[in-house]
Every structure is written in structure tokens, then in C-alpha cells.
Design a protein around this ligand. Structure first.
Ligand code: ZN
Length: 191
């Protein structure tokens, strides 16, 4: 925990959940990179807001496009993703360095599109690079290119982190599951 008062950043920056209905332009804007020397405090503030939101909006990953605030005119390239079971890492200026394996249809939900599900093509392995809040360069790899669930859409599993990373990377490009997926009725999964 940081030394600040819980929720204070969230109040001072007017941070709120950005949905396609409430903040369509924010959600659809490509996030901009931040300068690690001059703008690190933006990432630190966003990280504290992520922690604050996590208490009220359980999420498995989040990007700056999911949270509207008044500190910048556009979202910044910062996302929080799972690192190992139960732990999270905030990544600054992330880039996808590799995607591999046979794509499959993953059924996903999104905090910015409440109540809807979409089947989205994802690859079973993704690698990214980026920077930590300590300005350390990092490379992370998620999933396995051998994973192949077949032709039927599979319900997104929270222990599979590779789709979460791809979902959040899409957000930073202003792309949602509504843009690249197809609406999916969960009743189709019933036997
Ligand atoms: Zn989302």
C-alpha cells in the first residue's frame, strides 16, 4: 500500500469507470505512451486508482481506457494484468512482442460493456515487453502455444492470463471486444 489516503487519488482525479455508454470517446481512443522520466507520476497515480477500483469492481485486468480521469486528455499506455495466481503487475508502455499458437474463440466480458458477452479470437500464447513502476524494463510471457481447445468457443478462464493480456492490449489501442468479437448468448453453452 502507498502512504496516501485510500481513495483520495480517485476522488481528486474524478476517476470513474469508463464504459462505451458513459465515455465512448475515452474507451475508443488509442492510449498514448508516457515519458518515463517526466510522467512516471501519472502511472503511479493510475496504479493507485487500479488498486482502489479493484476493491469495488472485481476485475482480472484493467487498462487506462477503462478508467476515465481528468489528469490527461487521452488514456495513457498503462495496464494492470495478472502476473501469477493472485498477484498483479502494472505495466507501462507495453508492447506485444510475440503471439503464437492456433487462434480460438474465447467468450469474454468487459467492465466497459456491462452485461454483454462476446466471442473473440485469441491466440494461446502472447509475450509482451514494457516497464515497471520502478522504470525497469521487463519481458513477460503468458500461456502456451500448445493450448488448443478446438472449434467450439470456450468460456474465458481467469487462470488463463494470455487472453487477459490481449484484451487489455486491445483496450490501449481503443479496441473493445464489441469491435473485434461477435455477440455471444451464454445460453449457447447450456447442454
Ligand atoms: Zn475490457
Amino acid at each position: 500500500m502507498q502512504g496516501s489516503k485510500p481513495g483520495s487519488d480517485r476522488t481528486e482525479t474524478h476517476a470513474e469507470l469508463a464504459t462505451l455508454r458513459t465515455h465512448p470517446d475515452w474507451v475508443k481512443t488509442r492510449a498514448r505512451e508516457i515519458d518515463l522520466c517526466d510522467e512516471l507520476s501519472l502511472a503511479e497515480t493510475m496504479d493507485r486508482i487500479f488498486q482502489s477500483f479493484k476493491r469495488s469492481h472485481p476485475f482480472v485486468g484493467a487498462s487506462s481506457n477503462n478508467i476515465y480521469w481528468n489528469l490527461t486528455r487521452t488514456p495513457i499506455r498503462v495496464m494492470v494484468i495478472p502476473r501469477t495466481a493472485g498477484t498483479y503487475i502494472t505495466v507501462i508502455n507495453p508492447k506485444i512482442t510475440r503471439r503464437s499458437g492456433t487462434a480460438y474463440q474465447n467468450i469474454e466480458a468487459c467492465g466497459s460493456i456491462p452485461g454483454k458477452y462476446y466471442a473473440v479470437l485469441r491466440q494461446p500464447h502472447v509475450a509482451i515487453s514494457g516497464y515497471t513502476l520502478e522504470k525497469q524494463y521487463l519481458e513477460l510471457s503468458f500461456g502456451s502455444e500448445d493450448y488448443s481447445p478446438g472449434d467450439r468457443p470456450v468460456l474465458a478462464a481467469y487462470h488463463r492470463h494470455e487472453w487477459i493480456v490481449q484484451h487489455e492490449m486491445d483496450h490501449l489501442d481503443g479496441i473493445t471486444i464489441k469491435d473485434k468479437g461477435t455477440p455471444f448468448d451464454l445460453q449457447h453453452l447450456m447442454p
